[in-house]
Design a protein around this ligand. Structure first.
Ligand code: FS2
Ligand code: SF4
Length: 547
């Protein structure tokens, strides 16, 4: 195996024996082969699209498969083997369809368009030929993978929007174009760079789409205090990012005597008006994804993982853990959607009834819900605070949390920020500082949480609005600094989206991606002013001096 798609890549270069995330070599290789299969499908689907032929089943298959390969989403070899076989059948249907139409696809002679499956052992052998290292040129490899990871992030957001009935055909077309492009040996580094930047543009489109899907379905997030303590009844803990699963679980648990709690990236569900009406929606339990081994053990009740981020479970709770959607882990019960698309969570609810209430690990409240509409409602207050000098600077500290001790930088950075600064956050990075007593400025909390990682879009909408209010020509003229933490591929699409919107001088940590070759990293530094982090003191001086 060779995988370097996340921030925790072994030795900062790549996992080669087993993933730091717990992914086995077998699963890593099968994920590579599934990606290769998707590229083969895309050769034909892209050509079909030019001829006006589209196929919703193919689109669903591609986005779902991409989502399943995101870090910490699915650890089950059989899942990937089945998907590869299904994908090859889809690819061959496409080829036949184009043959019947007398149309030929560019790259139709490529191995990705032609190879056949054989036995499961054959699949594992084939997988070894098509991984990341099959591209020998370091910079081309880097650009291909940067594009691929951006597409994976896009796929996650497209999938969340799609389950709520929202699709973006241009993004789907770009997904196929991008996947086929990474097979194309004739593309130069400049052409691949252009595709990476186009991916950022599509990232903005899909995050806007998901924002529309979420807010049209569940209302605009509202400023909300969320309980972080526990009640006395048994509970179900729901994690991941899927709001439709959230809704479905709340409906099915109503009146059962079982409470519902969020974990990690599901915390922002509390901000949506549609979910506030459920009195058994008690609060948020615990912190970011990487602390789940301890927190799932002490929760005592069943846990539902709707998307990434799964940490290999401990024996103490594996029989209380459930996956759904594109997630999976060997030995963990999976709840699939029925033919009508609905999911039946009754097994989880029944198990919850026999469990003890969660063990209290903290008490109190945290506040969030500062997505774009809520911030716009208090825009006058914010503008006045900036004009009076009460707020000197905003720090976008969105992104991911993770296991590495070096991420304590973000706690220290938040704690050291001067009292006239405000943190704008989204994603699970917030857990590094959302329980610090950072206070308020004239009634405005110093940590404004917009929501999940995809709600980073809200932060951009807020920045655009402030630019307009202050009559500035450039978003970079605002007193906003970007100190972003990344971990997995959704953060890659958020980063590319920010670059597309013209945001410059982003600091990215705790380490720069292993998949950026020195030359590709240099392009990002020279063109967009991207840099890593140093020490809290040094970075703080740099940021404060910049306003
Ligand atoms: Fe947390 Fe980072 Fe949300 Fe992941 S914000 S690790 O990309 O999807 O979670
Ligand atoms: Fe390693 Fe990250 Fe890949 Fe897991 S996802 S194998 S931790 S680089």
């Amino acid at each position: 195996m060779f995988c370097f798609q996340c921030q925790e890549a072994a030795k900062g270069s790549g996992c080669t024996i087993q993933g730091v995330c717990g992914k086995t070599s077998e699963v890593a290789n099968l994920q590579d082969l599934l990606l290769y299969t998707l590229k083969g499908i895309s050769i034909f689907a892209q050509r079909g699209r030019e001829l006006g032929i589209t196929d919703p089943a193919t689109e669903k298959f591609i986005t779902g498969s991409m989502f399943a390969t995101i870090t910490n989403a699915n650890f089950t070899p059989e899942h990937f083997t089945a998907r590869i076989r299904e994908g090859l059948a889809l690819r061959d249907q496409w080829r036949n369809r184009l043959d019947s139409a007398g149309a030929e696809a560019a790259l139709s002679g490529h191995d990705a368009a032609l190879w056949t499956a054989g036995t499961d052992e054959d699949l594992l052998l084939k997988a070894q030929e098509v991984g990341v290292l099959a591209t020998e040129h370091e910079d081309i490899r880097s650009l291909r993978e940067l594009l691929t990871y951006g597409l994976k992030g896009m796929a996650a957001y497209m999938e969340h929007a799609a389950v709520l009935g929202y699709v973006e055909p241009d993004a789907q077309a770009f997904m196929e174009k991008g996947l086929a492009a990474v097979l194309d040996d004739t593309l130069s580094g400049d052409e691949l760079t252009a595709l990476v930047l186009e991916c950022g543009e599509m990232g903005v489109a899909v995050m806007a789409l998901l924002d529309r899907a979420n807010t049209s379905t569940y209302g605009n997030p509202e400023i909300t205090k969320v309980n972080i303590g526990v009640g006395t009844r048994p509970g179900i803990l729901i994690s991941g990012h899927d709001l439709k699963d959230m809704e479905s679980l709340l409906k099915q648990t109503e009146g059962t005597g079982v409470d519902v709690y969020t974990h990690s990236e599901m915390l922002p569900a509390h901000y949506y008006p549609a979910f506030k009406k459920y009195s058994h929606f008690v609060g948020n339990y615990g912190n970011a994804w990487w602390k789940q081994n301890e927190e799932f053990a002490s929760f005592n009740g069943p846990i539902l993982m709707t998307t990434n981020c799964i940490v290999p479970p401990k024996d103490s709770y594996i029989n209380r853990l459930y996956t759904t959607g594109h997630t999976g882990f060997p030995g963990v019960q999976h709840i699939a959607a029925g033919e009508n698309g609905e999911k039946d969570f009754s097994a989880i609810i029944e198990q919850a009834k026999s469990c003890e209430a969660p063990t209290e690990i903290e008490t109190g409240e945290i506040v969030g819900g500062f997505a774009h509409a809520a911030v716009m409602n208090v825009a006058d207050q914010v503008v006045e605070a900036v004009q009076s000098g009460a707020i000197k600077q905003f720090f976008v500290m969105a992104g991911c949390d993770g296991r590495m001790k070096s991420r304590n930088y973000y706690t220290d950075f938040a704690a050291e920020l001067p009292g006239d600064t405000v943190i704008l956050t989204a994603g699970c990075a917030k857990y590094k500082y959302n329980k610090l007593a950072l206070g308020e400025i004239g009634g405005i909390p110093r940590v404004l949480d917009a929501g999940q990682c995809n709600d980073s879009y809200s932060l951009v909408v807020i920045a655009m609005k402030l630019k307009e209010v202050f009559g500035l020509a450039d978003i970079n003229d605002l007193p906003i600094a970007y100190n972003i933490a990344w971990y997995e591929q959704k953060a890659v699409i958020v980063l590319l989206a920010l670059l597309h919107l013209g945001v410059k001088n982003i600091h990215l940590g705790p380490t720069l991606p292993a998949f950026l070759s020195p030359n590709v990293a240099k392009v990002l530094v020279d063109t967009f002013g991207i840099s890593g982090i140093t020490t809290v003191k040094e970075d703080m001086e740099h940021f404060i001096a910049a306003v």
